[in-house]
Design a protein around this ligand. Structure first.
Ligand SMILES: Cc1cc2nc3c(=O)[nH]c(=O)nc-3n(C[C@H](O)[C@H](O)[C@H](O)COP(=O)(O)OP(=O)(O)OC[C@H]3O[C@@H](n4cnc5c(N)ncnc54)[C@H](O)[C@@H]3O)c2cc1C
Length: 380
């Protein structure tokens, strides 16, 4: 596959039109059917190998190229770009940054071959934004650990190759300290899963998961005991780059759909796009997407340069997700009844967009992080 930007995008367009055409996106959204078949397609194109070094059997590409790919996939289907992120970030980057040689050997080849994705099991009923309030515990039992507790809203858990589960290993600890990550099979004994109904992101199935003394070996532990939040911080840093890129793609798709409608729909004897109020609104929407894209690329370039991206990754996630929320709201207004119909793609963008300003770190928490980085606020 060529690494040149326009041919990279052409290859993604052809692949998505063949394997997940828009009619299929609509059908799967209505049925709540994840596009898991794409994993092998992505793998065959070498997309998962892109950012691995040539020495490790990768293609030696960059995060900037990956960002372009994720944006393009997100343009066709957010559901596909999020699935992609669960392989590259929740899976590969978690293993690369925190995994043992044995864990890398066991799971990276399967991820690269498109055999499945990973899920991140962090949130609990009483621990959403305040992730450090988690109560799921892992207790040492001989050479093994027993995990007991409950996680909620865990996406892609049932079909995952492995779940990355955050559990408290120091019962006296509070907050992020004393939490450890474990790799847990969704089929392990003692796990129960209940699917959750939701209004958007219907192809990324989310579960309420019970852990009843689930036994895992010490080899399933990721990283150092009690330092799980440091490992998670690294994973989230990459995951936010992937999510921001996907969201820019969806935002561009929403602008394009609104543009087509504004040119075609006639009222008062002319295209509604000729009314200056709508033309200017569309001009603002495109400018907002272009700005969000610039910030996302800047984040990817900073990752490539090995810089600390704590602030930039929070800013990119904040700006892209708030932009998508605003744009889909405006797109719905421009399309009016045509956007409100179930067969419209705009209503799907609008429903999906509602998740991203709070999932994987809400806008308020991201602003706290940015404030902390510039030396104000109470810190988190
Ligand atoms: C569809 C879906 C998929 C998800 N997938 C996953 C997954 O795969 N893995 C996973 O672990 N989790 C997942 N989640 C959970 C998600 O990450 C949480 O919803 C998110 O962290 C917010 O937590 P909460 O919903 O409990 O909101 P709360 O934490 O209760 O927040 C409610 C409101 O209060 C605000 N708030 C909270 N604290 C502060 C503060 N200190 N300052 C200012 N405002 C504050 C928030 O910003 C928000 O607006 C998913 C959720 C959904 C809905």
């Amino acid at each position: 596959m060529s690494f040149e930007v326009s041919s990279l995008c052409d290859s993604i367009d052809k692949m998505m039109q063949k394997h997940l055409p828009v009619e299929e996106v609509r059908r799967r959204d209505a049925a709540g059917e994840p596009p898991d078949h794409l994993l092998e397609v992505f793998a065959d194109m070498g997309l998962f190998r892109l950012v691995m070094s040539e020495k490790e059997g990768g293609l030696g590409g960059s995060w900037e190229q990956l960002s372009i790919i994720q944006e393009r996939i997100g343009y066709h289907a957010t559901m596909a770009a999020l699935l992609f992120n669960r392989v590259t970030c929740f899976g590969m980057m978690t293993l690369i940054t925190s995994g043992s040689p044995t864990q890398k050997q066991a799971w990276i080849p399967k991820l690269l071959a498109g055999k499945g994705a990973f899920a991140l099991a962090l949130s609990e009923a009483e621990a959403g934004s305040d992730a450090g309030a988690l109560q799921t515990r892992a207790v040492k039992s001989g050479k093994n650990w027993k995990i007991t507790g409950r996680k909620i809203w865990i996406s892609g858990a049932k079909a995952a190759l492995q779940m990355v589960v955050a559990a408290r290993t120091d019962s006296k600890s509070r907050g992020g300290k004393g939490v450890t990550l474990f790799l847990v099979s969704p089929n392990a004994k003692g796990i129960s899963m209940t699917p959750l109904e939701k209004i958007g992101n219907r192809c990324s199935l989310s579960y309420d998961i019970g852990f009843d003394e689930v036994v895992v070996s010490d080899e399933a532990r990721l990283g150092v005991i009690g330092e799980g939040f440091d490992c998670l911080k690294k994973t989230l840093f990459y995951a936010r780059s992937g999510l921001a890129s996907a969201v820019v793609g969806t935002a561009q798709a929403a602008v394009d759909a609104a543009l087509v409608h504004a040119r075609e729909r006639k009222q008062f004897g002319q295209s509604i796009g000729r009314f200056q109020v709508l033309a200017h609104r569309l001009a603002h929407m495109q400018t907002d997407v272009d700005l969000a894209r610039l910030l996302t690329r800047e984040l990817a370039k900073s990752i490539d340069a090995g810089k600390d991206c704590t602030r930039l990754s929070a800013q990119a996630k904040l700006v892209t997700t708030e932009t998508l929320k605003k744009i889909t709201e405006q797109g719905m207004q421009i399309m009016a009844s045509a956007g409100y119909a179930v067969e419209s793609d705009m209503q799907r963008y609008w429903r999906d967009a509602r998740l991203y300003t709070f999932g994987e770190g809400s806008s308020e928490i991201l602003l706290d992080l940015i404030a902390q980085d510039i030396g104000v606020g109470r810190g988190i």
